[in-house]
Ligand binder design. Structure first.
Ligand code: PRX
Length: 652
């Protein structure tokens, strides 16, 4: 078979034919149920974004919509606004004062409801505390917190006084925290005594202290009291949040920020070992998250929105803090794990609070699938009307399960592609408009010029290539903190003045985008690119497989070969027979080219605490290299077990 034929076979076998039109009753009531937004953006992209920006409250209107000196964009220049004002003050004035903003549930079961008025009051007071401690506009404030309302309050308080925040996910190690504090040159750290995760206590202040030993520049630490965690308080440097708040003045004037003033830094991993501080500014970012939250989730005043991400990631920044709050939404915030105390915790929360819009990650969906239908079936999920997915490609099997078991077949699914760098959702269905297909994020949001390029920079009308964004968009990153060269090199070097996302994607005959994953996760077998996701999807399609991670391993003849790490469902027996079955299954689903060279069964896969499988570690194991950085792993022992298993199985 020629190479072209093989590629065609791969595509043909994986072709997903199912289409799901927006349900009629959903469509009838949807905020958008026609082409109007697409038409407006197609006619005049800048006019579209201006219209979206008009949804914000500006202290001073902008003079110029876009200044584009590639790769540096400025949006809404001359405009002045404040993000916390847009998330709070304007709602207080517009009749939402007593509406629930955050309904919080702690992992042990406590509940707190904060209205917009409560949030407004707390944010104002905390902004005054920060000012009193000497925090000024432009100072970077680092957060290392559990998922408690004070994290949202703290972030909005920073935005109020114009101090950019840098939230470091609470699951990161002290070392990772230290590096980020150094890079941002933060003088203030806000943390908590601890938080709860799967019944365990995360000793955040204790861990922060380890980091702080090597951060002499940190002059002020504020500690939120979450529980009764033992800790050391350093006189002069450390302050209790509740004590500061007791004395705080109730109102703090919001700082009128230039549209292009820095709103926050958020660190994300790049191809080198050093994390990148992604920079987001105020006017464009707020425009992007306001518009996408409203239209992608069809958000209405009566909705109860739940994004299950942690605020430590961009999803939490854009779709817990800024997007929903700028829209005046009521949302759920949950501190803990989905399987604590039992595997129906999420569904219990959905039922209890009547969640209507639910946004989570495919990795979670696959875990739910593995745990079985009995858990969601114990609960009344009839309030749900829309489901979302983010963070990685969703395999059609997981999509269908989500649709049927969680959505009861009646909820549109929005599979949203975006990145820390893009700030807001870029490729997504509009739920009242787009016919969805399991596994495809469908088409660009209005005003977003996504395309697929080949190696030479030619657009690929149908087929695979590199995902790019051809025109600047308001919520785009403005740079990498302290490293403009890396910014250019990383995103703007592959194609001239075109943003290179680092993802591989394909476009089908309907013009739908299929994001296949990072290009570094693509395997090249005998000169053919095979997406790890496609092989994984084929494996997960087999009834025995709960989850799989596929990597490329060096192969003498083929260059690279496929290795699959597989976890199987209860009731199946791992071993030679199943290995053969699975290899045959992949061959049957995709073609012989994708047949795994090796299948390594494992009870677990190494994941970050946000649930991403760390393929880099799997590659290290498979190629017998010393293990790279394991500090972000949820459970470091998984790797050791896996390494042993790999050696037993393949005699590496
Ligand atoms: O590879 C894409 C994948 O996640 C990457 C961005 O990761 P991060 O900056 O951590 O942001 C995650 C949350 C927005 C992308 O380059 N990704 C994200 N969403 C999807 C996705 N891959 C496929 N489908 C998606 N819906």
């Amino acid at each position: 078979m020629s190479n072209d034929n093989l590629s065609a076979t791969i595509s043909a076998l994986l072709e997903e034919k199912r289409h799901f039109d927006p349900p009629k009753d959903f469509q009838d009531k949807a905020l958008v149920n026609d082409q109007s937004l697409y038409d407006l953006a197609a006619k005049d992209r800048l006019a579209f974004w201006e219209k979206m920006a008009e949804g914000l409250d500006w202290f001073q209107k902008w003079d110029k919509t876009l200044e584009w000196n590639p790769p540096f964009a400025k949006w809404f220049t001359g405009g002045k606004l404040n993000a916390s004002y847009n998330c709070l003050d304007r709602h207080i004035k517009n009749g939402l004062r007593n509406k629930a903003a955050i309904i919080w549930e702690g992992e042990p079961g406590e509940q707190r409801t904060l209205t917009y008025w409560d949030m407004y009051r707390e944010v104002n007071k905390f902004a005054n505390c920060l000012k009193k401690l000497g925090v000024k506009k432009g100072d970077r404030v680092t957060f290392y917190m559990p998922m408690i309302p004070e994290l949202a309050i703290g972030v909005l308080a920073c935005a109020r006084i114009g101090a950019p925040h840098s939230v470091v996910f609470g699951g990161f190690s002290p070392d990772a925290l230290k590096d980020r504090i150094h890079d941002a040159d933060s003088k203030v750290l806000i943390t908590a005594d601890g938080g709860y995760r799967r019944g365990n206590l995360l000793p955040l202040k204790h861990d922060a202290d380890i980091a702080l030993r090597e951060c002499p520049g940190v002059e002020t630490v504020i500690i939120v009291k979450r529980g009764d965690f033992p800790l050391h308080v350093k006189e002069g440097r450390d302050h209790w949040y509740h004590r500061l708040m007791q004395q705080a003045e109730p109102y703090c004037e919001p700082e009128p920020m230039d549209s292009e003033d820095l709103l926050y830094l958020l660190y994300t991993s790049g191809t080198t070992g050093k994390p990148k501080g992604i920079m987001h500014t105020t006017g464009g970012y707020m425009t992007g998250v306001l518009a996408t939250t409203k239209y992608v989730f069809d958000m209405k005043p009566e909705d109860v929105f739940w994004c299950t991400a942690d605020i430590g990631w961009v999803t939490g920044h854009s779709y817990i803090v800024y997007g929903p709050m700028a829209n005046g939404a009521t949302q759920i915030m949950y501190e803990g794990a989905p399987d604590w105390p039992d595997r129906d915790r999420f569904w219990e929360i959905v039922e209890k609070y009547g969640v209507s819009l639910f946004y989570t990650a495919p990795t979670a969906i696959r875990a739910f699938m593995k745990w079985g239908d009995q858990w969601p079936q114990k609960h009344d999920l009839s309030t749900l009307r829309l489901l979302g997915s983010v963070g990685e490609p969703i395999n059609p099997e997981a999509w269908m399960w989500y649709h049927q078991v969680i959505g009861g077949g009646r909820c549109p699914i929005v599979d949203t592609w975006w990145q820390t760098e893009t700030g807001a959702i870029m490729i997504t269905p509009l739920p009242g408009v787009t016919s969805t297909t399991p596994g495809s994020a469908t088409t660009p949001f209005p005003g977003v010029s996504a395309d697929i390029f080949d190696e030479q920079g030619e657009s690929v009308p149908v087929g695979g290539g590199y995902l790019v964004l051809k025109e600047p968009w308001p919520s785009m990153l403005r740079g990498i903190w302290g490293d403009p060269e890396r910014f250019k090199e990383q995103y703007w070097n592959k194609y001239e003045n075109i943003y290179f996302a680092g993802d591989g994607a394909k476009r089908d005959e309907d013009g739908y985008f299929w994001v296949l994953g990072r290009v570094d996760d693509v395997i090249n077998v005998s000169g053919h690119r095979i997406s790890t996701m496609e092989v994984e999807s084929a494996l997960v399609d087999h009834p025995s497989v709960a989850e799989s991670a596929v990597i490329g391993i060096n192969h003498e003849l083929k260059g690279q070969a496929v290795a699959a790490f597989v976890t199987i469902k209860d009731g199946y027996e791992m071993g030679g027979a199943l290995e053969k079955t699975l290899k045959d299954h992949v061959t049957q689903k995709i073609g012989p080219i994708a047949k795994p060279e090796k299948i390594i069964f494992s009870a677990d896969l190494p994941k970050t605490r946000s649930g991403k499988i760390m393929r880099r570690l799997l590659r290290d194991i498979a190629e017998g290299r010393a293990l790279g950085d394991t500090t972000t792993l949820a459970d470091a022992s998984v790797v050791q077990r896996l390494q042993r298993r790999y050696e037993e199985e393949v005699g590496a």
